[in-house]
Design a protein around this ligand. Sequence first.
Ligand code: TPP
Ligand code: MG
Length: 577
Amino acid sequence: MNATLSPLSAPGLQHRQTVAHSIAQGLLRHGVTEVFGQSLPSMLHLACEEAGIRQVAYRTENAGGYMADGFARISGRPGVVTAQNGPAATLLVPPLAEALKVSVPLIALVQDVARNQTDRNAFQEFDHLALFAPCTKWVRRVTEASRIEDYLDQAFAIACSGRPGPVALLLPADLLTEAGPASSRRANLGHFPLDRPTANAETVAEVAEAIAAARCPLVIAGGGVHISGAARELAELQEVAHLPVGTTVMGKGAVSEDHPLSLGVVGSSMGPNASSRHQRALIREADLVLLVGNRTNQNGTDSWQLYPPDARYIHIDVDGAEIGRNYEATRLLGDARETLRALVQAFQNRDLSARRAARGPLEARIGEARRRSWQDSEAVRVSDAAPIRPERLMAELERVMTADSIVVADASYSSIWITNYLKARVAGQRFLTPRGLAGLGWGFPMALGAKVARPEATVFCVAGDGGFGHVWSELETARRMGIKVVLLLINNGILGFQKHAENVKFGAHTSAVHFHPVDHAAIARAAGCVGLRVEAPGDLADALRAAMAADTTALVEVICDQNAYPPITFYTPGAEA
Ligand SMILES: Cc1ncc(C[n+]2csc(CCOP(=O)(O)OP(=O)(O)O)c2C)c(N)n1
Ligand SMILES: [Mg+2]
């Protein structure tokens, strides 16, 4: 008989009150409303969907991890991502590593082989404890059903407390279908920072005194300000103590860039045409530098050449290991928001007359440097050339975005275009970039996660054609899950940063940096999204408007000049302003 295989029937969930159900109930208790997954571990997702937790389905685990990352950065809640054991688990390494570097809490729930199959070369068995050890704060394999709540709560507590970061829980497949324990815990640990330690009060008072007396104090704020939700407090400090504030790329938006005391983003992209190019002298003259949530990494400090060598450093960070890493500093170990609040308080009865007197000339100087910097880039920002200058694209985007917009960039030039030529209009506005490891392809999924976290915001994503090639498939995710972002694709036909950096460093580039022409707009349409192609700068405004009005994710492919590069200082050695 030629039997036809019939689809397997689905008679309803056959397993009840399993460990997977205990986990789902725990997730609900921690305020989890969505989990980024692809059906695995199956029992876990069946239980989660039954409990009303939305599964945001990804196409690749890489992308799922970045979605969870973007979600966490915007929501203030840890991103939960799931994966199968073996190959799927290995694909979580990049997003976990990114999150570890930039202190974003992620909780990876990863299936493992059944407990009685351990170390027998079971199918897709892998040493996940070793795999995740260097890219998480903490990884554990749960083997006792009765301990599931303990481990789940510890995962949330570790991810969200101290310096936030990613954790992984390994869940043997057979454990998930075992009977789950009754719940005994009540706490919601699903938000960060979970605890807010404040720095020593005496040191805070001494620092306030030193700032009040400094000749030329300066604040350089990093991504820790956003992680802590401390933008309002930093703005208050800027205003009360009349302090100039620059930010790192990760810290962009920590203060309003319209504020007369804001320098914008400072670091390794202050070459010709940079929006903060002429602020360098002010930074070099500082006699006191207050670092807030700033890792003093290579790009932020322009290879440790930008910050003044002889200044006194004061460093606020929740991680004691970051304080004094590269600049010996007075230690203010604490949560940024609480410690800034304490510092503002400490200024209450202090004589700030010197700072007040300095403010006028300081604002004039910063304003003049800002005007000169913008003037330098005027020609490329209004350029009518085709192929299009990316600076012109940024100018068009700047025109349509608002204080509520979120802008996400992929690695490579995109991160530098957005941080240089878009302005943070209010303290706390978010510009997301994958600056932990600067991995290509991560921008678009991060933008999807950001939109899930804040559906009412317009989310723009800027990506290069090389990076976007890693994640084309997530266009289908965006369509299927109803996640709308406006994706601006800079098609310059090359791996731009790669090619240009090779030219600068070696005087030549390899054969890998040029692409065969790709019709990205057609790819978007094929996946059910809107796809538009723009070749003339005069068409950008209409395309942006159409993309913003679309019901679905809309990709605007912008054919750009392959000889355009952002103001990376090492491209133009000796060109210091
Ligand atoms: C995953 C990953 N692979 C390789 C690199 C090295 N890399 C940095 S920039 C770059 C070129 C990116 O090209 P594209 O995305 O088209 O952006 P463009 O610079 O052209 O604007 C490469 C290959 C990286 N950062 N991450
Ligand atoms: Mg490119």
